[in-house]
Design a protein around this ligand. Sequence first.
Ligand code: ADP
Length: 187
Amino acid sequence: MRAVLLGPPGAGKGTQAARLVERYGVPAISTGDIFRANVGGGTELGRRAKEFMDAGQLVPDEVTNAMVRDRLAQDDVRAGFLLDGYPRNPEQAAVLDTMLAELGVALDVAVELTADVDVVTERLLKRAEIEGRADDTEPVIRKRLEVYAEQTAPVAAYYADKGLLAQVDGLGEIDEVTARLVAAIDR
Ligand code: ADP
């Protein structure tokens, strides 16, 4: 399986990605997680990404695309992958197409996990209390949702044009949502 998981911050992509990884036996590639690991590890990549992440903005495409290119070149993704948090704008989507073409593979599906803005805002504020992620403060959450609406939402249309988009309701019990995702992917 080669899949992309789309959806607003707080829609539950990370939670669901962990479950899909088990089911399909492919690695998840979360650009947010890779950035956070680099920030935590004090790498040059982390240093470049941090100011954008803290502001709720996208890390510049050249940085993000290069990072994904490296990750997709690794052996463990040959049999498939689940991308979580990438692509996040139509330019990244086009670059991903090129990278996959160079690798001689193609995407099977882009699944969009949909969720109401009020619900995701509330979830993120709750998560802020529990996890204390640096970008889970109210103004940064608002900015991330704005960036999502302006830059990432059009990625769904990009995949719809290619006949690859499946939309899944992200509201409800975690198991229920997983079942919907599996049904959409297997279709
Ligand atoms: P969320 O979906 O909850 O906003 P992520 O962990 O996916 O959280 O992303 C956190 C931050 O990492 C983003 O706000 C952005 O700054 C950066 N980031 C993650 N993925 C990308 C990407 N594909 N392009 C640019 N920036 C990204």
